[in-house]
Design a protein around this ligand. Structure first.
Ligand SMILES: C[S@@+](CC[C@H](N)C(=O)[O-])C[C@H]1O[C@@H](n2cnc3c(N)ncnc32)[C@H](O)[C@@H]1O
Length: 328
């Protein structure tokens, strides 16, 4: 159980932007193994509160143990920490009135999920083809691959993996899956390699890398959840509260960037309109026009951080209850 670790990515940069201080109320929407959450908890102290979410029950149990140990060691009250087993995309429906001084989203999978050979996230070990972050809910990758049409599979590989051979791989898999159902990570990785043009099968990156990412994103509905969470987040920030998002591929980063920009509520009315009629409402101020990248030293010591991008926005003095319908 305890062999898994996860080095929190861009910890110093995330804390510098979130500025957790005594008595603040914080949300870690992807607590994982609790590296960021522990540092936040130590900064907010016994009068602060951190709510931690994860859809993976095992990650949640591990990080809860870690955070409760801090409370025990410091003699701080148990109410400082609240753990919630939920996909973050559904959290605002559960907590309509919640307000936070800081929100952290550290997207994607944890090292624990990747390194646990039984979860089926990686083709580096052979395992049942699962890939669910919450193994108690929804459809596994094997079930998804056995169900979807060739066109749908090609769309998933193209849209979520930007896989240039998406149609070829989808055709190859669909033609073979009835006689030989795809049930393990190795089976899928081998099929994808064989679907690739022979000259491209043995490059530095395994041909299945992008397809595995794509199927994982589809199985977990990752991009929809991100859009839903970010869409609601500004209404749950205190004025001046901050949201920091660490993303790991361009699809996520694009959603974060667009959501922050749209939260700025830039008026798109023609310049000669006397009154704003487009309904733009400024909910956030973007603090990072360009994403912040990990320092070379971090990439060297933790190669999994190399694709990280950090974007941060600050809640504007905005009260959703007082926004009135725009008058044209
Ligand atoms: C990169 S890890 C977080 C690592 C964490 N910051 C740490 O320091 O240990 C991402 C975590 O987010 C969780 N996760 C991903 N998508 C989620 C979602 N939609 N809802 C809730 N948790 C999610 C994963 O299960 C995983 O544990």
């Amino acid at each position: 159980m305890s062999q898994f670790t996860h080095a929190p990515v861009m910890l110093a940069e995330s804390l510098a932007y979130l500025r957790p201080q005594a008595a603040m109320s914080m949300l870690d929407a992807t607590v994982g193994l609790g590296g960021h959450a522990e540092a936040i908890l130590r900064s907010i102290g016994p009068r602060g509160r951190i709510v931690c979410l994860d859809r993976d029950p095992e990650a949640l149990a591990r990080s809860e143990r870690r955070l409760r140990e801090v409370l025990f060691e410091q003699g701080w009250p148990q109410q400082c920490v609240e753990m919630v087993h939920t996909p973050f995309g559904e959290f605002w429906e559960l907590s309509t009135d919640a307000r936070f001084d800081g929100i952290l989203l550290d997207l994607g999978v944890s090292s624990m999920q990747l390194d646990d050979g039984t979860r089926g996230f990686s083709f580096r070990s052979d395992a049942p083809l699962d890939m669910r972050m919450d193994p108690t809910e929804g459809e596994s990758a094997a079930e998804l691959i056995s169900r979807v049409s060739e066109t749908e599979l090609a769309r998933i590989l193209w849209q979520y993996g930007e896989e240039k051979h998406s149609r070829r791989i989808a055709r190859w898999i669909v033609e073979r899956r009835d006689s030989d159902p795809v049930q393990t990570t190795q089976q899928l990785a081998d099929l994808i390699r064989r679907a690739y043009p022979p000259a491209q099968r043995h490059g530095a990156t395994h041909p299945a890398t992008q397809s595995f990412q794509a199927i994982r994103i589809a199985v977990n509905g990752e991009l929809d959840a991100l859009e839903r969470f970010l869409g609601g987040a500004p209404d749950h920030l205190t004025p001046g509260g901050r949201i920091a998002v660490l993303s790991y591929h361009s699809l996520e980063d694009r959603i974060v960037k667009r959501s922050f920009v749209s939260g700025e509520g830039v008026c798109v009315c023609p310049p000669n309109f006397p009154v704003c009629g487009c309904g733009a409402v400024r909910k956030v101020r973007v603090l990072t026009r360009k994403p912040v990248l990990p320092a070379p030293g971090e990439i060297e010591s933790n190669p999994r951080s190399r694709s990280a991008r950090l974007r941060v926005a600050e809640g504007a003095c905005y009260n959703p209850a007082r926004v009135e319908a725009p008058t044209v």
